[in-house]
Write a protein that binds this ligand. Structure first.
Ligand SMILES: *[C@@H]1O[C@H](CO)[C@@H](O)[C@H](O)[C@H]1NC(C)=O
Ligand SMILES: *[C@@H]1O[C@H](CO)[C@@H](O)[C@H](O)[C@H]1NC(C)=O
Ligand SMILES: *[C@@H]1O[C@H](CO)[C@@H](O)[C@H](O)[C@H]1NC(C)=O
Ligand SMILES: *[C@@H]1O[C@H](CO)[C@@H](O)[C@H](O)[C@H]1NC(C)=O
Ligand SMILES: *[C@@H]1O[C@H](CO)[C@@H](O)[C@H](O)[C@H]1NC(C)=O
Ligand SMILES: *[C@@H]1O[C@H](CO)[C@@H](O)[C@H](O)[C@H]1NC(C)=O
Ligand SMILES: *[C@@H]1O[C@H](CO)[C@@H](O)[C@H](O)[C@H]1NC(C)=O
Ligand SMILES: *[C@@H]1O[C@H](CO)[C@@H](O)[C@H](O)[C@H]1NC(C)=O
Ligand SMILES: *[C@@H]1O[C@H](CO)[C@@H](O)[C@H](O)[C@H]1NC(C)=O
Ligand SMILES: *[C@@H]1O[C@H](CO)[C@@H](O)[C@H](O)[C@H]1NC(C)=O
Ligand SMILES: *[C@@H]1O[C@H](CO)[C@@H](O)[C@H](O)[C@H]1NC(C)=O
Length: 450
């Protein structure tokens, strides 16, 4: 670890020489790539990535890794794909199947399908798994859970190796005549296998590293993001980089930790920095079109659990909320005069016709949320308040799933609270403060940037 920090320090020094305007410089990503290439020499690797992970020339890390195999003497055995695939070209909202990447002929194994984890057979082929995906900083976005599942598989695999190694010792003492059954051959071989290491090429959290919002998941609600079910507790907006989160998962939640988990830090990154360079924004998913989407998403994502459109099938998903039964002027007025939210956002009436998803081809009315100051925006508060206003105005027409809304919001009481007129949004958020306080202590231990 000391060695590693020293290396980072050297990198940071280098970065500041190369570019005085260091953090803004996309060269930071190139420095990380360089460090990665140095670390994987001689290894067999797999990479879990998507188009959000690029360098200063906007080349995908995947392609960089593919091209440099001979120069740095490593082998890219296969890629692992999260939702939407490694080039983001797999159908949205549907499962990803295994495929061969046309440009490289590298096999891509899906971790967003029937399989959520690399199998033992896949793990046996590699020494190192590399992860690089930009995260939008919201619990119910799937990429971080794909990372956690991959980590879990590596931890379990490594653990199994050490178990088998122990068995082998016992076996040797115990048996003079070798029974070369496949079981014992397997044990025999496993002793020569090395534990897999996991390298996170870190990227900034799109929502920055400071503002924590919403409630930590109550594990009893049994859900973290579509298709995933992991007993890992984080709040809706958690303000950590993927590298920090990987460390937190490893140290706090994995039953079998990965002994060699490395985070290749972003040189000169500062928690306040937000996303470093707008020109390096790449849609991390089809409905996450801009920065602005990322800011509102922790609050309005829960509209997936209603029959009100969350703006899917428009140019402003998660910023536009509405339905045919909504009077956009009325809702905008209520929110505009509401002092608990009008400090955070402007609310404008909109009329829209979704091209996909809920109310497709039907004229909807609703509200468009425009964030006033992204540095101060309380996304969960605003989104929850918009939902509460709509539920109160359209109790006959609006539906909200009971279990689903609790799971997505993260607390078992959410449905009862949001549908109870005598409970405020502040009350809802206050009720998870004790859990949040505990979680913040855990988070604190795993922060690697100032
Ligand atoms: C952002 O990155 C682009 C592409 O690498 C670069 O041309 C531009 O100067 C960077 N902007 C800032 C503010 O650093
Ligand atoms: C390349 O890596 C392999 C596997 O670790 C090793 O056996 C070989 O000596 C390396 N070749 C060079 C030129 O470093
Ligand atoms: C991929 O395989 C096809 C068919 O075997 C071949 O024509 C093509 O050149 C290969 N592409 C790369 C990048 O290796
Ligand atoms: C580890 O061993 C257990 C028990 O034999 C097995 O069920 C599991 O699939 C193995 N997992 C990995 C990742 O090797
Ligand atoms: C063989 O190993 C087993 C499992 O650890 C142990 O219980 C047993 O006592 C050993 N037998 C001999 C003869 O050492
Ligand atoms: C999560 O924890 C609950 C209660 O402790 C348990 O019933 C459930 O099986 C766990 N789920 C997973 C995926 O580990
Ligand atoms: C909303 O509910 C009311 C009362 O049930 C009903 O009359 C009306 O048609 C509904 N509006 C829409 C657009 O579904
Ligand atoms: C919508 O709400 C506005 C503001 O309250 C009101 O003036 C208008 O009449 C309403 N429209 C309909 C069709 O009810
Ligand atoms: C919506 O409208 C488009 C264009 O008119 C049409 O192609 C599509 O089939 C419609 N979809 C539905 C579900 O009605
Ligand atoms: C939403 O409301 C409409 C009309 O009020 C109703 O027909 C529809 O079944 C509801 N959708 C869901 C998913 O509950
Ligand atoms: C609504 O909340 C109030 C205040 O917490 C509580 O007294 C009341 O029982 C709740 N109503 C329902 C229907 O749960």
């Amino acid at each position: 670890m000391k060695h590693f920090s020293f290396f980072i320090l050297t990198l940071m020094l280098l970065a500041s020489i190369v570019q005085a305007n260091s953090y803004q410089s996309s060269n930071n990503y190139d420095l990380q790539t360089q460090e990665l290439l140095n670390q994987i020499q001689g290894k067999r690797i797999a990479i879990l990535t998507n188009p959000s992970c690029i360098d200063s020339s906007r080349e995908l890390l995947f392609d960089v890794i593919f091209k440099n195999q001979n120069i740095y003497n490593y082998t890219l055995e296969y890629a692992l794909a999260p939702e939407h695939g490694i080039r983001g070209d797999q159908d949205a909202g549907s499962l990803v199947y295994d495929y061969v990447d046309q440009q490289t002929n590298i096999t891509v194994y899906s971790l967003y399908g029937i399989r959520k984890q690399p199998t033992v057979e896949m793990l046996q082929k590699v020494d190192t798994i590399v992860h690089c995906i930009v995260d939008v900083g919201t619990r119910f976005f799937t990429y971080i859970w794909t990372m956690s599942y991959a980590q879990e598989a590596v931890g379990d695999y490594n653990f199994n190796l050490t178990q088998k190694a122990q068995f082998k010792d016992i076996f040797q003492i115990n048996n003079s005549q070798r029974q070369l059954s496949s079981y014992f051959r397997d044990i025999q071989n496993s002793n020569t296998k090395k534990e897999i290491n996991f390298i996170v090429v870190d990227r900034p959290n799109v929502l920055g590293g400071q503002l924590i919002q919403g409630c930590p998941l109550e594990i009893e609600s049994g859900y973290i993001g579509r298709l995933f079910n992991q007993n890992f507790t984080i709040p809706t907006r958690y303000a950590m980089t993927t590298g920090e989160l990987a460390t937190l998962f490893n140290e706090e939640y994995l039953i079998h930790k990965i002994n060699d988990l490395k985070v290749i830090k972003i040189p000169n990154y500062n928690r306040n920095s937000g996303f470093p360079n707008a020109s390096l924004w790449i849609n991390p998913s089809p409905n996450m079109k801009t920065y602005q989407t990322a800011y509102v998403y922790p609050g309005t994502g829960v509209f997936e659990q209603t029959n009100v459109s969350e703006g899917r099938g428009t140019n402003n998903p998660f910023q536009i909320i509405g339905a045919p039964f909504v009077n956009g002027t009325l809702i905008s007025q209520i929110l505009t005069y509401d002092n608990t939210v009008n400090q955070y956002a402007q609310f404008t009436p909109v009329t829209f016709i979704p091209t996909t998803s809920k109310w497709v081809n039907q004229t909807c009315q609703g509200v468009q949320i425009t964030v006033i100051d992204s540095e101060k925006y309380d996304s969960v508060f605003v989104g929850t308040r918009v939902m509460q206003v709509l539920l109160q105005e359209y109790p006959q027409n609006m539906t909200l799933t009971q279990k689903g809304s609790c799971q997505e919001f993260g607390t078992l009481n959410f449905y009862n609270q949001i549908t109870n007129k005598s409970i405020t949004v502040q009350d809802i958020l206050d009720s998870c403060q004790p859990n949040l306080k505990e979680w913040k202590k855990i988070r604190e231990k795993h922060l690697i940037y100032n």
